[in-house]
Design a protein around this ligand. Structure first.
Ligand code: NAD
Ligand code: DAU
Length: 360
């Protein structure tokens, strides 16, 4: 978006210490240095304040260590910071953890989203009386649509919801609340449903960082089932430009699907990462990296295929991804090679216990 003629915003970014949230915070602060940016994050195992360390000294930036389920805190922040835009990323986001323990997913993803919407609804009249417009951007996932057969058309905004995991069920529920608050109360909400992201600041439990880190440590590369499940991969920085576009040009009450048009089977993606790591890493403990690939027990209820039809955001709002999956994965491998100081401390005893439970 052009920075020249816009009025500065005051934006509340929930989950801004997580993977996509932190990339979005960096994107926003670089693109709109005159905006007030308030991050609300409970710093769960997936949140990392160090990711935002370079922003902490900036006068326009504020980090709040707090829970989106804390209604008093959320109401205070909205008023105190004269927030006009909420970009809601905070969530429990890992499918495997939702299978092990769904409670936190219902609490944060459903109740937390409800608390934010309700607080924004109560606050919104004061915003409009002050002559300002507002927006609640609800960042969601393609997993709400369920699983595709090989020849099914990609998910569009009108595909019916068929969530299959506790994670996707909780996200589907939160999407329905965001939709209902527009239809019932006229609250300006927009929902985005995006495909699998990858890139810098990705917590090690997810496929791409897990494979990169295991290759660097010479550990087995665990591929679930037959490795033929398909995901539609999008570089996280392209997701951020899509959300920026939606905030500036999107229509309240609408849903926008976001995807990279990059369908890849898991085993092919892992092999691409192996090739890149063999090429770029100087001191791998095991070569070739493909020799580390190990097929393991499948994820329960594992969705077979996701694919996003991003025609709406491309034609109506003019957004397009900037990198191919090959380019984006290369940048990601380079980032993990250059940023061991970021990911190594995340391999804690707690993380190891989680890892042992899932991969035993
Ligand atoms: P993440 O797990 O990396 O980060 C989540 C962040 O939310 C963390 O910083 C965590 O501390 C914070 N958080 C969790 N519970 C909280 C609470 N109760 N209060 C305040 N903060 C809390 O997640 P992510 O991968 O960055 O995903 C961000 C959003 O994007 C999620 O809503 C997810 O559903 C959605 N999404 C993710 C992907 C993907 O590929 N990762 C794709 C599409 C959509
Ligand atoms: O589609 C969007 C979703 O993408 C987001 O909503 C979720 O928050 C995000 O976590 C992601 O979900 P997935 O379950 O698709 O991502 P994950 O990285 O966990 O797994 C990607 C694929 O790789 C999936 O088919 C399972 C498989 N996999 C994953 C891990 C962690 C493996 O084969 N081995 C593994 O060790």
């Amino acid at each position: 978006m052009s920075n020249s003629s816009r009025t500065p915003r005051s934006i509340l970014i929930t989950g801004g210490a997580g993977f996509i949230g932190s990339n979005f915070v960096h994107h926003w602060c670089e693109s709109y240095p005159d905006d007030r940016v308030v991050v609300l994050d409970a710093l769960t195992y997936a949140g990392n304040r160090a990711t935002l360390a370079d922003l902490e000294e900036k006068p326009k930036f504020r980090f709040v260590d707090g829970d989106i389920c804390d209604r008093d805190l959320v109401e205070t922040l909205l008023r105190e910071e004269s927030i006009d835009t909420v970009a809601h990323f905070a969530a429990e986001s890992h499918v495997d953890r939702s299978i092990l323990g769904p409670d936190a997913f219902v609490q944060t993803n459903v109740i937390g989203t409800f608390v934010l919407l309700e607080a924004f609804r109560q606050y919104y009249p004061a915003l409009t009386e002050a002559g300002k417009s507002g927006l609640f951007l609800h960042v969601s996932t393609d997993e709400v649509y369920g699983s595709l057969e090989p020849d099914d058309p990609a998910f569009s905004e009108t595909t019916s919801y068929e969530p299959n995991s506790p994670y996707s069920a909780s996200k589907a529920s939160s999407d329905h609340f965001a939709r209902a608050y527009f239809h019932t109360y006229g609250l300006p909400t927009i929902i985005t449903n995006c495909s699998n992201n990858y890139g810098p600041y990705h917590f090690p439990e997810k496929l791409v960082p897990l494979m990169c880190i295991n290759m660097l440590l010479g550990k087995p590369l665990p591929v679930y089932g037959d490795g033929l499940n398909v995901r539609d991969w999008l570089f996280v920085r392209d997701h951020c430009t899509a959300l920026d576009t939606v905030i500036h040009l999107g229509k309240p009450g609408e849903t926008y699907n976001i995807g990279g048009n990059n369908e890849v089977a898991n085993i092919d993606l892992v092999k691409m990462l192996c090739g890149l790591m063999d090429e770029l890493a100087p001191n791998l403990p095991t070569r070739p990296s493909e020799s580390l690939i190990t097929y393991v027990k499948d994820r329960a209820g594992h969705d077979r295929r996701y694919a996003i039809d991003a025609t709406k955001i491309e034609t109506e709002l003019g957004w397009k991804p900037s990198v191919t999956v090959e380019e984006g994965l290369r940048q990601t491998v380079e980032w993990y090679l250059a940023n061991e100081a970021w990911w190594k401390p995340l391999l804690s005893a707690e993380y190891q216990a989680y890892y042992d439970t899932v991969y035993q």
